[in-house]
Design a protein around this ligand. Structure first.
Ligand SMILES: O=C(O)C1=C[C@@H](OP(=O)(O)O)[C@@H](O)[C@H](O)C1
Ligand SMILES: C=C(OP(=O)(O)O)C(=O)O
Length: 436
């Protein structure tokens, strides 16, 4: 893999030329900590009574956004990047008054988890984001906060950041939050609920996408002493009483692991990721089972996941609504299968960093692969990608997934490879470490 300087300005690196592997990889790969667990643990530790120590922390743009926002709120933080740990001095639910300005950058979890936390304080708080995030939906969070008595004033487009918040929102009552576009709206309300005087009761009407992330939310909450129950009709009840600071280990990121496991599957190599296994809090660990259905040999053990490519991959028809961050990874694998792959249940990924359904299909077609956009997913017919420069749309998962194609065929270039910094800053170095 070569990094080329930007050919128009000679400025910062803007494209990455992939060089295929000459030999299949045979490696153990340490992937960075889970973005989703890091940002949950930071929020609950910040609200807790007493100190917490978080280990296995991810340091990437999305978690730096959360750390930066908590620092702005005056949360005492001791950050040790080399040890991958953060010590958090909890606020015991006392969110300081404003005026304060907080920037969530490109991070969905930071935006959707922070807004309900700010609703615990008086404000005013100006919550803003990078331009690309301002396009992503916030209306369900704002509507829920208004139901709790918070004043929410969007200073740009309705239902989007930036917004000015004034609380505290202490109203009680039966709250509803739709979660058919993102589960993060629900997770954010749950995470701050133990710090509310009366806790919270919230119901999800209709579909709940990305459900394993909500189970992850309640698991992290319980690890810090909260009491939260879910009933069969997706009503969640959170008792008041706050959180207790604790020592907490964060798992490696299962979505990040999907790329190196897919690399093994498509090159006929072997990759083992330690620290992730059957008992993971992350639904994306299930991606290994999708690879198994396609023909890879998979060992999902207690403490590791390993994929051995067999040189034979068949297409699958799969609903990825529980693990949609792996849809793009699967699209890349599907190119090298012997039959078509249909991914279903993921219409909502049109609201992520970019319209991921459209982006996947557009970029596969750019490389000469027959792919079709469908309402709730896409269809990929296998083929041999031709050389080309892949557009990544400020979406780290477009860059990480399409780079995999270049491990098998020459001439694949990834534009704006730096966008991987959102969750996996060392991605290209880690991928390169698989080369033998
Ligand atoms: O709660 C979380 O940590 C996340 C939930 C998912 O989003 P949606 O609930 O919007 O699908 C996922 O795509 C995102 O990367 C992280
Ligand atoms: C959808 C993603 O992130 P976010 O937390 O910004 O929603 C993602 O990481 O793929």
């Amino acid at each position: 893999m070569t990094l080329l300087a930007d050919d128009s300005t000679g400025g910062p690196v803007q494209r990455c030329s992939m060089i295929p592997f000459a030999h299949p990889p045979d490696a153990e790969v340490v992937v960075p900590g889970s973005k989703s667990i890091t940002n949950r643990a930071l929020v609950v530790a910040a609200l807790a009574a007493g100190r917490s120590r978080l280990d296995g922390v991810l340091f990437a743009d999305d978690t730096e956004a959360m750390l930066g926002a908590l620092a702005t709120l005056g949360v005492p933080l001791e950050v040790d990047r080399s040890a991958r740990s953060v010590t958090v001095g909890g606020l015991d639910g006392a969110v300081p008054a404003g005026p304060l300005e907080l920037d969530v950058r490109l991070s969905g979890t930071t935006a959707r988890f922070l807004a309900p936390l700010l609703a615990l304080g008086e404000g005013p708080y100006l919550l803003d984001a990078a331009p690309a995030f301002r396009r992503r939906p916030m209306a369900p969070v704002f509507d829920a906060l208004r139901q709790l008595g918070v004043q929410v004033h969007e200073t740009g487009a309705p239902g989007h950041l930036p917004a000015r918040l004034r609380g505290p929102g202490t109203d009680t009552g039966a709250l509803e939050v739709p979660a058919d576009v993102s589960s993060q709206f629900l997770s954010g309300l749950l995470l701050s609920a133990p710090a509310r005087p009366d806790g919270l009761r919230v119901r999800v009407p209709g579909a709940l996408v990305s459900r394993p992330y909500v189970t992850m939310t309640t698991a992290v909450m319980r690890a810090f002493g909260a009491r939260v129950e879910a009933d069969d009709d997706d009503t969640f009840t959170v008792a008041p009483g706050g959180y207790r600071g604790t020592t907490y280990r964060i798992e490696p990121d299962a979505s990040a692991a999907s790329y190196v496991l897919a690399a093994a599957a498509i090159t006929g190599g072997r990759v083992r990721v330690p620290g992730l296994g059957r008992g993971s809090l992350q639904g994306d660990v299930g991606f290994a089972q999708v690879l198994a259905r396609m023909g890879a040999t998979v060992d999902l053990a207690d403490e590791h996941v390993e994929v051995q490519g067999t040189g034979r991959l068949q297409g699958v028809d799969v609903d990825l609504s529980d693990l949609s961050d792996t849809a793009q990874t699967l699209a890349a694998v599907a190119v090298f299968a012997s039959s078509p792959t249909r991914v279903r249940g993921i219409g909502f990924i049109r609201h992520k960093e970019t319209d991921r359904v459209r982006a996947v299909v557009t970029e596969l077609r750019r490389l000469g692969i027959d792919a079709v956009e469908e309402d709730d997913g896409f269809l990929v017919r296998p083929g041999t990608p031709r050389p080309g420069a892949v557009h990544t749309y400020e979406d780290h998962r477009m860059a990480m997934s399409f780079a995999l194609l270049g491990l098998r065929v020459p001439g694949v270039e990834i534009l704006d490879p730096g966008c991987v910094a959102k969750t996996f800053p060392d991605y290209f170095t880690v991928l390169e470490s698989l080369r033998r």
